[in-house]
Design a protein around this ligand. Sequence first.
Ligand code: FES
Length: 495
Amino acid sequence: MPRLISLSQAARMVGVKRSELQNRIQSGELRTFEGAILLSDLLHAYPHAEAEDSSMLDRVGEIMEQAVSKVIRPDHEFPDITACTNRIQALNRELAKARSESRRYRELLENLKLKLQDLDSEDLERDAAFNQLRGWLHEAVQALRAASGEGEDILTREEFPRFMAAKVRVLPSGHEYYIEGANSILEAGLSSGLALNYGCNTGTCGLCKAKVVSGRLKKFCLHDYSLTETEKALGYFLACCNTAASDLVIEAAEAVSTHDIPLQEIEIRVKKIERPDTGTFILRTKTPRTRRLRFLAGQYVSLKLDHLPARDFSIASCPCDDKTLDFHIPTLAGQDISAYLAGTLKVNETLTIRGPRGEFTLDENSTRALVFLACNTGFAPVKSLIEHALSLNTAQQVYLYWIITDDNTPYLGNRCRSWQDALENFHYHPIELASGRLVEDVLPDIIAAVGEVADCDYYVCLPGALLETTEAFLLESGVPSNQLRMEPVRKNASP
Ligand code: FES
């Protein structure tokens, strides 16, 4: 490729004045290109310069290339994501160690100050005081070195992977969550189990409007909804279109009870229909991306299947589950809905849901142990509650008793066992009820196994006919009424 050099460089290189080169340019001996001349032209006009100075120009070129490549690094030169992660982990360990050591040295200084005060009040001779202090300091430093390293692993484990995630604190509730990856403030909040206010999730409705109290936002998409200049000046933003560029404190509306959630009518699409046993259908559906259902874990909706009358079914998925809505529908002998699910309904067809309704929701302010008792497809709302409780991570102990009758099976037993394997505080007990035995027969053992009744919240979902007797039994056993929530297995036509 032809190389261009400036007039000054050319003059230095061949040992002549710039004016001489300009003369040659004017006479047409040298060509110019925007004030520069071609090296080949120069060497042709001054052949003596070739041998000694072309190497110098090569060197200049090399330096320039290196400088450019330092500014614009090609992608392949960046370390891969695993290397970055390892590096961050290593830095995190160093940070944890440095913090730990600095805390110990701060304590040492505090102790040193106290020691000096003591020595002062003991009225010792200066030499004796000095020797005593030196001995004490020597021992204290030895002890500190010996202790160096303790506790760092714990600190490191606790802080990673939070190390890279921004923390969001929501006012007035005080709820906190982390934004990992590039999630929006809204999505990360929903995945963490918060019932934040929202509608479209695409920047159109404005329902996710929130206000920054402190920290920095990063807007990652344009939105149709316009904030007024006053709102912008006050720090309002759309939580579905922004992520955090630093730790944040925001003011945002959250649903604290079922009354805060409006009744909605939404078209959902069938994604899967499974029949894990003869007594159950599992219907998996998705809401449109722009219109998700707002609900609290444990609630139910009325489901309209084609020409059939709408029926109520509990939602088996957690609100943190993005667009997925699962239903566990009991096989109802001789009823049109079973035949419809078994043969007529196909994947990708649309259905209409209306809701949510119901008060079978989690007491999020409680830190008591959670005892869930479900019978057959009564597991549906219980699953939603358990997943929500696990995403909030506030319960000390979680017990699940899944009672199975007749031709049913614990159709998601593997899921329950995986919770138990992964979580120290989760205890799963499937109970197959032998023929002739009643649910009441197993209640005393359950109550005895989970410990003090007053220390537990009970969530019970049984067939309607069993609800009254079970509730009476639990109350008689000492379960406080405000710690008991009962729900019938939903399967009936909507009123
Ligand atoms: S949820 Fe509608 S604008 Fe954010």
